[in-house]
Design a protein around this ligand. Structure first.
Ligand code: LIP
Length: 279
């Protein structure tokens, strides 16, 4: 199984790196999905199409959940979960936090995760029990780059914690109000709060250990699947807010790893008011 994961990981990395050729054409022709914040460009579609076509050639029996096209049922079968560009608004504005995100689940467990930021030339990759690495587009083989450990002394209270979150795309007023109320509680309590505009990039930053905690309400599985593997393999933990983790749950909180009892996670959870998104 280990060498199988390595083969699948290598393939996912090659697809992410190859996608840079499509992204570099910089086709920013926009289609709005639900509202002005929820965008898709022709580049998103072209990247997803390329990735799914290549995987189908090599693994014809595998299944897919892609943000922009194919959404098959989530079963125990090997399932690739793809966000061709996570942070599409950032891509449109050339704000340098967007990425190609490819995750693979077997028995519903994320086991391969690749997050590639083409503008910053950062390739984050991880495989179950293989560790988490940060490399660049000169990557040749698994193990290239710097091995990431998000571990260290954990903050013992939110007042020493740098928190990442995202605002999401929903303009539904009751949801927005609950999100803002939660954000206010974090601002009142934590050392700082930041948003980069991409869930997958946020999780990569946790794996890198440059922020402590990331949470979001409203996430989809394609935003987070690859990031789950990065965070876990860097030594961190992934949960649902005040609940067990579930890829389809529409919320998550993750923390870098380290010495300590995750007291700060309990403090964080106690602040949050639940936001009910449909699954
Ligand atoms: C985005 C996420 C971001 C979230 C947005 C959106 P997209 O992904 O990464 O964290 O807040 O609602 O889902 O749509 O740019 O791929």
């Amino acid at each position: 199984m280990q060498s199988e994961i390595q083969t699948l990981l290598l393939f996912a990395i090659q697809l992410c790196l190859k996608s840079k050729e499509i992204i570099s054409k910089n086709n920013k022709q926009i289609e709005t999905k639900e509202n002005v914040t929820d965008l898709v460009t022709l580049t998103d579609k072209a990247v997803e199409d390329y990735i799914i076509t290549e995987i189908k050639k090599k693994y014809p029996h595998h299944l897919f959940i892609g943000e922009e096209s194919l959404r098959q049922e989530f079963t125990d079968q090997p399932t690739w979960i793809i966000d061709p560009i996570d942070g599409t608004t950032n891509f449109v504005h050339s704000f340098p936090y967007f990425c190609v995100s490819i995750g693979l689940c077997i028995n519903k467990e994320p086991i391969v995760g690749v997050v590639f930021n083409p503008l910053q030339n950062q390739l984050f990759y991880a495989g179950k029990n293989l560790g988490c690495y940060l490399s660049n587009d000169q990557f040749k083989d698994i193990g290239d780059g710097k091995k990431l450990f998000s571990t260290g002394d954990l903050p013992t209270s939110l007042s020493h914690t740098l928190v990442l979150t995202e605002y999401g795309a929903s303009k539904q007023q009751d949801i927005l109000q609950l999100k803002l109320d939660n954000i206010k509680r974090v601002i009142d309590t934590a050392r700082g709060i930041r948003s980069v505009g991409s869930a997958a990039m946020s999780m990569a930053l946790i794996a890198q250990g440059v922020a402590d905690l990331y949470y979001e309400y409203g996430t989809h599985c394609w935003d987070i699947c690859a990031g789950v593997v990065l965070v876990r393999e860097s030594g961190g933990i992934v949960e649902g807010v005040n609940s067990e983790f579930g890829l389809m749950k529409r919320n998550l909180v993750c923390m870098r790893g380290g010495n300590g009892d995750y007291k700060v996670l309990k403090e964080f959870n106690s602040l949050m008011v639940h936001i009910d998104y449909p699954s």
